[in-house]
Write a protein that binds this ligand. Structure first.
Ligand code: HH2
Length: 286
């Protein structure tokens, strides 16, 4: 019997203090130090609560932590740099002591600069280092990792009328160009993972087309990261509100790994770790 999909060769992602082994699927815990993230269960606006969430995520088996201090849900207004840093830095300092790589989810160069200076292992940027100075900020930290994500438009307007000639071709070409720009700026390929950006300037059909062709992203960088957790496309497919989308999120995480993704960004760490542990024993990943 053959596997349903050809899995990518094992690779390692350089993320700051860590070499992340992408032979095994990695669970990235979402910790949003925000009052307004799209799912209320994913909001920890209080720094002490956010740090407790980081600890719980690590106890539950998270391989990485992803700290965000600005919601990028559809319609979200930008948060000023000073406010983003006020939310982020106290939590980052504590999270860095928890023994796993910590990435910071930001699209602003000054926040990247401060986060990297404070020791963040990676930057997760939903706009793929397009803020002026962002490439240089990453290049100045020779071991820091980066996730380059595709987004059409900006969070404020991205879901108004997303349009593509061919969504798969366009996302692949965009990410290819952003990886090339990163390498050109001096950011080694070993430091880069890419993400199709489910829900970021995309209709349900766009998301599904990208999902079905996820293999097209595999050659672009060290690994593919996906974020399906509790997103509205899963609501569209199941008819359920964000609070009731855990089963759908688990199915989406497993299917994404089967399609070659190696980092799943999730709100529900314990459930995802269990699901992957059992799924992996089927022989699809040894
Ligand atoms: N999704 C969100 C935020 N950051 N980063 C990557 N790389 N991929 C994603 O799919 C992704 C992301 C949105 O989810 P969440 O952080 O839970 O919500 P909010 O942006 O409202 O805080």
């Amino acid at each position: 019997m053959t596997d349903a999909v050809a899995l990518p060769a094992a690779r390692v992602w350089q993320a700051g203090r860590y070499l992340v082994d992408l032979a095994r699927p990695q669970v990235m815990a979402i910790v949003n130090v925000t009052p307004d993230s799209f799912w209320e269960g994913g909001r920890s606006p209080d720094p002490a609560e956010a740090l407790a969430r980081c600890r719980a995520a690590v106890d539950e088996g998270a391989d990485l932590l992803d700290l965000g201090a600005e919601s990028t849900r559809p319609g979200a207004p930008p948060v000023p740099v000073a406010e983003e840093l006020r939310r982020l830095l106290p939590v980052l300092e504590g999270a860095l002591a928890l023994g796993v790589p910590v990435s910071v989810d930001t699209r602003k160069t000054p926040v990247m600069v401060a986060a990297l200076a404070a020791g963040a292992d990676a930057i997760n940027d939903v706009q793929a280092l397009r803020d002026p100075g962002a490439l240089e900020a990453l290049a100045a930290h020779p071991s820091a990792g980066v996730c380059l994500m595709h987004m059409q438009g900006s969070p404020e307007s991205m879901q108004v009328a997303p349009t593509y000639r061919d969504v798969v071709d366009e996302v692949v070409q965009f990410l290819e160009a952003r990886v090339a720009a990163a390498v050109q700026a001096g950011i080694a390929r070993e430091r880069v993972v890419v993400d199709p950006g489910f829900g970021f300037g995309k209709t349900v059909d766009h998301n599904l087309a990208l999902w079905r062709h996820l293999d097209r992203l595999l050659p672009l960088a060290q690994g593919v990261l996906v974020g399906w957790s509790r997103k509205s496309t899963l609501g569209h497919l199941t008819g359920r509100p964000a609070g009731d989308r855990l089963p759908a999120s688990l199915a989406a995480a497993l299917a994404s790994v089967q399609r070659g993704a190696r980092i799943v960004r999730v709100h529900d760490v314990a459930a995802t770790v269990d699901a992957l542990r059992v799924w992996g024993r089927s022989g699809l990943i040894e």
